[in-house]
Design a protein around this ligand. Sequence first.
Ligand code: ZN
Length: 328
Amino acid sequence: MVQILNEKCVIGLDIGGTNSRIGAVGLDGRLLHSSLDSSKPLADGTPETAIADLAAYINGYIERSVAPKEVLGVAVAFPATIDQKREVLYSATNFGENAKCRFDGINIPAELQKFMAPPVFLGKDSDFILYNDVHELKINTKEMVAGIYFGTGIGSSFMYRGETIYGADGVAGEIGHLPISDNRRLCTCGEYQGCCETVASGWRLEQIRRECFPETEISDVFTKHADTEELRTFVFDCARVIALTGNLLNIAYTVVGGGIVNMNGFPKDVLKANVLSLLRHPLPRETYKLLFSPSGQHAGVLGAAQYLFGKLGIGTSEKGSQQAEATL
Ligand SMILES: [Zn+2]
């Protein structure tokens, strides 16, 4: 029998460079249904039909898999920089061909709204992941909270008093491009200015594998080579990124996640120890809490739902009411 609670839901769409996941989440925060699809139909094509294609994808999903449930809201996350009002997508360099995204410069909620009835919101993927982490870890969001995610690049999100920090232009938290290294490697941003990503990211790890361990599959680099100088340095550089933000903002809770950290054999304990050693002491080191993200494949969809609950005034989230139980 269908529960009354589940007759209403929200829709989260987490658009990735390769695949996109769309799902329906009940008002109790539980995932009701989800679908994983290639991002190619959304990424390919002209700007003129971009919104119509996106709307057709979302509406098609609702008709196929969600109806007759009532949809109260839709939140769409792009792996992109977006404006401070969370309306206009600036750029998504890993979405589309030649770093050009067909959604660039479009007010996505306003345009999408022309094709659908429920209110539509736009967000950044890492912001939604942190919403989910905060919910799952029961983090007190009255404090300064950071999410740092080591994937192909470095994703991040910062939250204070329950609100994501967007910055003057909406692009706060581009920590992958903090210029902290004196190497002269080319970064994905097109510069040679020692960006963090050139020492601590998935694409850097792949470079290290090619240069030092060409016989090893990327998935095995930590299980086979974690004790080598190259990978010890890599993990230390990841810690430098985390500690840098901790010292800068006196962050109470930092959630660390992403595909790199979740690889087999990744030395989480070493990473934690390195972060602590790099934090200023006695403060913020003594109060700092580093947690690992519990987020699974559905984190973007579930985080989109948490974001929507806040926007729509739906009170299932326990945001801000509980202290994190897990500590360093
Ligand atoms: Zn860069």
